[in-house]
Write a protein that binds this ligand. Structure first.
Ligand code: IFM
Length: 435
């Protein structure tokens, strides 16, 4: 047996806009994803999160489903647009605790209230201040029962996909706005962390999407800076990387950024790592670069080699070992949890009502072993959350990409655990895998 440390926690993750639906219920105000998904051409086939998995109404059954898989912890996000009435999360947290499932609450998984976007969104410093106030309000309501808090999910995506390429809400295509948004997201994280801490939050974390970058040295340094160090260093080293400050200065006035770093660099209790794949980049004068990495003209992002998932992302379990070791080496002293890892495949319910998904089982098996290899080499990894509990609204891809351990029929809302769900239940029960 490959056994994980005693006390290691196994869970699954979701996000509010991707599963809840009920967008006009419980006093919820519109978010940037409501606006964006209703914009013609923004999301594949014009799909929206209006109904999604109807989790808002079906959460009690979904918690039963989690219990049937033996989940020990569940990572969900609170919708900022539901701030005026947080009673849904009260009920959700109570249901989780009744089943012995530890709730981990993420405060921002991309559904910014539209009213704040109308005032500039993350390009406005005020959004960071408002985020800290919102964090406090949620903590006041749930802090007696939620132990672990995550401020932001994947600020790189919020900044560079939301304000850089415009592939996500709010659909802005302006590199200067993307860098400004990145800074204000980090500031929001720092302010919220201080606020949560002073309110007595037990464990505060930040979740970053991180990726090892391979290839030619110079483009790899730049892309690693944009994807990884730009977010890790101010939080965990108390300084923006010098090369990134110079780089951002080509687009924005960074003088105020430096002054804010002490506010950003609040100690965190654990770092959340979302890992999906690696990137490989080469110098190529003819290459157009990548629109989500501003200024990368002349850099070629290599196509992944097979096998790939339905997202077209390469399956590279060893990248997870490398990433966890690198974090431990370069940012020592911060415990880690894998807050997302998983894969989309073209899953179908077969004639016998089963959903065979051997590729997902192989994917997870490989990545769990990769995480275990990192632990054996000294990484302090505390938990692992599979993305995702349910098939759900995969942003610009709509419902076309299925990441769930549980299949969702969107016409009937019927949930069918895939073969991987049963396999995962056994992993959890054994706290490990056969050797
Ligand atoms: O679905 C997303 C999630 O919202 C954030 N991390 C990556 C997942 C898969 O793309």
């Amino acid at each position: 047996m490959i056994t994980f440390p005693e006390g290691f926690l196994w869970g699954a993750a979701t996000a509010s806009y991707q599963i809840e639906g009920a967008v006009a219920e419980g006093g919820r105000e519109p978010s940037i994803w409501d606006t964006f998904s209703h914009t013609p051409g923004a999301v594949r086939d014009g799909q929206t999160g209006d109904v999604a998995c109807d989790h808002y109404h079906r959460f009690a059954d979904d918690v039963e489903l989690m219990a049937s898989l033996g989940l020990q912890t569940y990572r969900f996000s609170v919708a900022w647009p539901r701030l005026s009435d947080l009673s849904f999360y009260d009920r959700l947290v109570d249901a989780l605790l009744e089943r012995g499932i530890a709730p981990v609450a993420t405060l921002y998984h991309w559904d910014l209230p539209q009213r704040l976007q109308d005032a500039g969104g993350w390009t406005s410093r005020d959004t960071a201040l408002q985020f800290a106030e919102y964090a406090l309000a949620v903590h006041e309501r749930l802090g007696d029962r939620v132990h672990t808090w995550t401020t932001l999910n994947e600020p790189w995506v919020s900044a560079f996909v939301g304000y850089g390429s415009g592939r996500h809400a709010p659909g802005v295509t302006d590199p200067a706005a993307a860098f400004t948004a990145a800074h204000h997201l980090l500031l929001g994280h720092g302010l919220a962390t201080s606020a949560l801490r002073s309110a007595g939050a037990q464990s505060v974390s930040l979740t970053l999407n991180l990726s090892p970058i391979h290839g030619d040295a110079e483009p790899a340094r730049l892309v690693d800076g944009l994807a990884n160090r730009l977010f890790l260093d101010p939080v965990l080293k108390g300084a923006y990387p010098a090369d990134m400050l110079d780089y951002m200065a080509k687009y924005v006035d960074v003088s105020g950024f430096v002054d804010d770093v002490p506010l950003i660099a609040q100690p965190i209790d654990v770092l959340g790592v979302n890992y999906y794949t690696t990137n490989t980049v080469y110098t190529d004068p003819d290459a157009r670069g990548h629109r989500e990495y501003p200024g990368t003209e002349g850099i070629r992002f290599a196509a992944p080699t097979a096998p790939v998932t339905e997202m077209g992302w390469g399956v590279v379990p060893s990248g997870l070992t490398d990433l966890l070791l690198r974090l431990t080496r370069d940012y020592p002293g911060t415990p880690l949890m894998v807050t997302e890892n998983g894969a989309a495949y073209d899953d179908k319910v077969d004639a016998s009502g089963q959903v065979p998904d051997p590729e997902r089982i192989a994917f997870l098996d490989g990545h769990f072993r990769a995480a275990h290899a990192a632990i054996e080499q000294g990484v302090d990894l505390r938990a692992y959350y599979v993305w995702s509990l349910l098939d759900n609204f995969e942003w610009a891809h709509g419902y076309h990409k299925r990441f769930g351990l549980v299949h969702v029929d969107y016409d009937t809302q019927r949930r069918t655990p895939k073969a991987s769900a049963g396999w995962y239940r056994d992993v959890i029960a054994r706290n490990g895998l056969p050797d």
